[in-house]
Design a protein around this ligand. Structure first.
Ligand code: FES
Length: 110
């Protein structure tokens, strides 16, 4: 592994995350949800900011880029982390996604 991937977490290959698909990996104690939105990759913390519940259980709207928390219906913009629908008001953390030789990598860079 090259030095510039040392602090990154391997997600999967690009072929394993097609448009509309999502996958969660752990980087340390942080669950990171990586989503393919129409060919672009985004990563957010896989935890609703309303209560402790995983966002990955919810549906992704490819048109709007929103993911819905199935617990109480809050929605978050996967591109910015913004909370767009109550009962969540705090944005979810966003993380970088890097593509190296056809593989996706992410990390908690906070
Ligand atoms: S836990 Fe997500 S909306 Fe309540």
């Amino acid at each position: 592994m090259s030095d510039d991937l040392r602090d990154w977490e391997f997600v999967c290959t690009e072929a394993e995350l097609l448009p509309g698909e999502k996958k969660t990996v752990w980087h340390g104690d942080t669950p990171i949800l990586v989503v393919n939105l129409d060919g672009d990759y985004y990563a957010v913390e896989d935890q609703c900011t309303h209560e402790d519940f995983e966002l990955s259980a919810g549906p992704v709207d490819q048109e709007t880029g929103l993911i819905e928390c199935v617990f109480h219906g809050a929605k978050f913009d996967l591109r910015t982390g913004a909370a767009t629908c109550p009962p969540a008001y705090t944005p979810v953390a966003t993380f970088p996604v890097k593509v190296v030789d056809g593989a996706l990598w992410t990390r908690d860079n906070r």
